[in-house]
Design a protein around this ligand. Structure first.
Ligand SMILES: [Zn+2]
Length: 279
């Protein structure tokens, strides 16, 4: 058999044929590159059925798979970023990401029920400026917790990937770390439980409200840490193994309480809330 293949033979080979199939029917796993039937992938909550990779999902998708249907009431949904430094292209990026996520900034907060248990919930979204914390994210997280204290509600926050300070807002972004950390402490003083789920949580978000919860949950393989590998390598001239920034490593070292498959998140949080409510 000849080693040369005609164009027809090439397009008939499975790898080429699959890559040409419409993306609305097939999903290519960004970890193992397997082509999986999109319907199966979505039924599996966007976890690859072949390798178990947990694909990033947006805040609204996360909300839909986490809370009871029609139970969510959004709080402070009209807060949107200013451009205090008149930073180049910031206003345009904000507008683009607002369209793409249907959010005014990278955090969605409000009140909902999980298996009938009322909870103050916050979710950050990677698709909005990498899930970075600018003034609006910090303010919404702080207000969420303040209102939870007023209403006597437990708090559940999902770090929907990403993190870091939003450099386009300069020092106003950095001060959100202190602000959100302080309100975590007030929540603690009010004896209200704070649960967090990490699905990648780095830098400023992780070094404030991301790591101050009473119960810290994570999805498998989530990136968890403060400084990214490139910055460590450039500043300290050392190579840091990839697994050091993964949830499993953090779990082994006591920083994370439980690693959960995506399907287990809702029932597990419900169980914790029921325990707290005495149900
Ligand atoms: Zn995969």
């Amino acid at each position: 058999m000849s080693e040369e293949r005609s164009q027809t033979e090439l397009t008939e080979s499975p790898s080429v044929a699959l890559s040409e199939l419409p993306t609305d029917v097939w999903h290519k796993c960004s970890n193992c590159e397997a082509m999986v039937y999109r319907k199966d992938f979505e039924q599996n909550l966007k976890v690859c059925p072949k390798c178990g990779y947990h694909e990033r999902i947006g805040a609204l998708e996360r909300l839909a798979i986490t809370v009871d249907e029609n139970s969510f009431v959004e709080w402070y949904g009209d807060l949107q970023p200013a451009d205090p430094l008149n930073f180049p292209e910031y206003a345009e990026r904000v507008q683009r990401d607002q369209k793409r996520t249907n959010l005014k900034d990278a955090a969605l907060v409000g009140k909902a029920k999980i298996e009938g248990m009322p909870v103050a919930i916050g979710i950050t979204d990677f698709n909005f400026m990498g899930g970075s914390m600018g003034s609006v994210v910090g303010e919404k997280i702080a207000r969420l917790m303040e209102r939870a204290i007023e209403e006597g509600l437990p708090v559940f926050i999902i770090i929907g990937s990403g993190g870091g300070a939003r450099m386009q807002e300069g020092i106003l972004s950095l001060m959100q770390m202190g602000k959100t950390s302080a309100v975590c402490y007030r929540l603690h003083e009010a004896n209200l439980p704070y649960i967090v789920l990490l699905t990648d949580s780095m830098a400023g978000v992780h070094a404030s409200f991301g790591s101050l919860a009473d119960i810290i949950l994570a999805e498998p393989g989530a990136l968890v840490g403060f400084t990214g590998p490139r910055v460590i390598e450039l500043s300290l001239k050392i190579k840091v193994p990839k697994e050091h920034r993964q949830a499993e490593f953090q779990f082994q070292h006591g920083h994370i309480d439980l690693i959960l498959q995506r399907k287990q998140v809702r029932p597990t949080v419900a169980k914790i809330l029921k325990f707290w409510y005495g149900k």
